[in-house]
Design a protein around this ligand. Structure first.
Ligand code: HEM
Length: 429
């Protein structure tokens, strides 16, 4: 298959010529070692990502955050509520391993970059398809990692809704990754076996040489290598150190408590001191909620069909109170466990006349038409630890933590733990 205006025998000057790529470190062994690390890390990131989507229970109304469900939205189960830290661990892993994998991904892309400038760009139809899958793989990877990292740093530089774009990007990347891994696995095994696995790590700078030829996988080995400036051991050590550094940043914010201080690059730290002095995603000020919106006139409306209960905070405090240690698990990967007290959502549903298999639509106070909303599944409501919380660590919630009342429950994504609660609409599941 010959492209018009493309002379396959004479590549244009620059990166399309093999002589352009001169690092002696590139080769199938280095790429395979980095590939091995990605084969461990990326499946963890992908699986925890799709589980995060499942934890939203997108089949329940608003929970799909505006995305209409399609054939790829098949949910095999409702996200469990046991153990209570399940979502915290899932999202903590997603972000932490995602961060740790990023330097390895960049090193892998560096190691194969000559392949991206192959000449001629297309030789046969099969070659064209391979190039297309590489474009989806590299494009998908960069899209997922870059949008993910910008998102957790609250740097919304992209003009689209992160969750939906990241979700669709995940399908493209996961598909391309799986096919790439399947195609490249034999080459990877051959390259590692040819150099006795990790033996090249024993080579210092003075022993560093271009990799020996490996039939069928030579295109990364430079044709006119320059002298090495670092060994493969030093290169992989540097990548490993970067990965470890980012792993600590992610793990520090995911585990929280005394480890939180390790995550000094993470944006969300303790918010003030005392019983309410734990991290916050969105403050009352950011939501434009003031003390005036939550004064003594505030009421929680519990709606069940034609029946509506309008409960003051005092009336809620007069109902049976339950206390549980539960994590707030943010979708951005940080979490913190606190002691919450309040009324079971199932008790409020029963008080409004609905028992058994019910769901609850939550809605916060609306300021200028803007409000938070979510749908709690019947699994979440039937778990007695799902509360309308009024107190935390033995004291009233602060305004920033959702005073007068907020939702809290086990293994529920933080974004569904609606603060500044205004209505709870109970419906049959
Ligand atoms: C450092 C890398 C990454 C970071 C920081 C990151 C960050 C995030 C965040 C913050 C969310 C929660 C979004 C929300 O609920 O609003 C999320 C969800 C998700 N991520 Fe990632 N991500 C990364 C890499 C990846 C990769 C490589 C994949 C795919 C293989 C992936 C797949 C997903 C999926 C499927 C979701 C669920 C989206 C949804 O709920 O609709 N992520 N990610």
């Amino acid at each position: 298959m010959r492209l018009p205006f493309v002379d396959p025998t004479s590549p244009p000057p620059g990166p399309f010529r093999r002589t352009f790529w001169r690092s002696p470190l590139r080769g199938p062994w280095l790429t395979s070692v980095l590939g091995c690390a990605l084969l461990v890390g990326i499946p963890i990131v992908a699986v925890t990502g799709f589980l995060s989507n499942a934890a939203y229970d997108p089949r329940l109304g608003h929970n799909s955050v505006g995305r209409s469900l399609g054939p790829l939205d098949f949910y095999l189960f409702s996200f469990p509520t046991h153990p209570s830290w399940l979502y915290a661990v899932n999202q903590g892993l997603h972000i932490t391993i995602g961060l740790a994998v990023f330097p390895i991904l960049l090193a892998k892309l560096w190691s194969v970059i000559p392949k991206l400038f192959e000449w001629p760009p297309v030789r046969t139809l099969a070659h064209a398809l391979e190039r297309l899958s590489l474009a989806l793989l590299v494009g998908g990877a960069l899209f997922e990692f870059v949008t993910g990292i910008l998102n957790i740093q609250y740097a919304y530089l992209f003009g689209f809704f992160f969750t939906t774009a990241h979700y669709w990007g995940a399908w493209v990347f996961t598909g391309a990754f799986l096919s790439h891994a399947a195609i490249k696995l034999p080459t990877m095994r051959k390259a590692l076996a040819a150099r006795r696995r990790l033996a090249p790590l024993r080579e210092g700078l003075s022993q560093t040489r271009p990799e020996p030829a490996l039939p069928g996988a030579d295109e990364l080995i430079p044709v006119n290598p320059r002298a090495p400036t670092m060994s493969r051991r030093a290169l992989l050590g540097t990548v490993g150190a970067g990965s470890l550094f980012l792993l600590v940043q992610g793990a520090g914010q995911a585990i929280g408590g005394p480890f939180r201080a390790l995550a000094f690059l993470a944006p969300r730290s303790a918010h003030g001191r005392g019983p309410n002095g734990f991290p916050i995603n969105r403050t009352a000020a950011a939501a434009q909620i003031t003390a005036g919106h939550v004064d003594a006139n505030w009421r929680l409306r519990v709606i069940a069909g034609a029946r509506t209960l309008s409960l003051s905070r005092a009336q809620l405090l007069a109902m049976p109170q339950r206390t549980y240690d539960l994590p707030i698990a943010c979708v951005e990967g940080w979490s913190t466990t606190q002691r919450w007290s309040g009324v079971r959502v199932s008790d409020l549903a029963a008080a409004a006349g609905l028992r058994g298999d019910v769901i609850a639509r939550t809605r916060s106070l609306a300021i200028n038409g803007v409000f938070d909303a979510a749908v709690l599944s019947s699994e979440q409501i039937s778990d007695e630890r799902t509360l309308v919380a009024l107190k935390v660590n033995g004291t009233d919630l602060s305004l920033d933590h959702g005073f007068p009342a907020r939702v809290i429950g086990p293994a529920i994504p933080g974004v569904h733990c609606t603060k500044w609660l205004a209505t709870l609409t109970i419906e049959r599941a």
